[in-house]
Design a protein around this ligand. Structure first.
Ligand code: SAH
Length: 193
């Protein structure tokens, strides 16, 4: 079950890369109007890569030598697969809905449009919500307390720092239109939070 869980996790990572790659290529061609990248922001992106990608691989290579391992059962593997499917679906949807307005760091593009449709009609941060689901998927599929939880902790830190900065940037750019959008949406879970 440990091997199967790891393979499911790895397949999800490969699928995520295949979905992200075309957006990265397209984003390189988009011109930036406002750049709010900071060293903290970049460091947190590196931390996320470490937590979500490097740690499970390091664990699988046996470098932990069994330290902090836990048992893995079929129920956790099935739950992990289901949350993983939800993660990939939400990630794909939010990328599609954001289209050319997406950027990996905090930026406003030339001709940037405020997206309020699709999944963005329900929550303001569906892509960050998908990353939190990725972290939960990893915790369920990687049976080690450290490598399993590393992704979720890193994504939570990224979200905590980014959310208010991103919303301030969007408010500066779109003013009352963004305020009205915030008044009718929640951040991560529709109608709740
Ligand atoms: N926080 C969003 C987007 C993440 S990508 C989510 O979790 O789905 C980050 C970039 O998306 C930001 O730099 C910002 O320029 C852009 N962005 C965020 N919300 C947006 C919106 N509603 N419409 C258009 N662009 C948006």
């Amino acid at each position: 079950m440990i091997r199967t869980s790891f393979i499911i996790w790895a397949l999800m990572l490969v699928t995520w890369c295949a979905m992200r790659y075309p957006a990265m290529r397209r984003a390189r061609r988009q011109k930036t109007r406002v750049d709010r990248r900071s060293t903290l922001d970049i460091s947190l992106l590196v931390t996320c890569t470490f937590g979500l990608v490097v740690m499970p691989i390091v664990w699988r290579l046996g470098i932990f030598d069994g330290f902090a391992d836990r048992a893995q059962g079929i129920v956790l593997a099935i739950l992990g697969t289901l949350t993983g499917i939800a993660f990939l679906w939400l990630f794909r949807r939010s990328h599609k809905d954001l289209g050319k307005n997406w950027s990996v760091t905090l930026e406003v593009r030339e001709g940037h449009q405020l997206v309020t449709g699709g999944v963005y009609a329900h929550v303001r941060h569906p892509m960050y919500a998908s990353f939190l689901l990725w972290g939960i998927t990893q915790a369920l599929l990687i049976p080690n307390w450290i490598a399993g939880l590393a992704g979720l902790v890193a994504v939570m830190a990224l979200y905590a720092v980014r959310q208010s900065r991103e919303e301030a940037m969007m408010r500066d750019t779109f003013g009352a239109e963004y305020d009205a959008y915030c008044a009718r949406t929640k951040r991560l879970i529709p109608g709740v939070f």
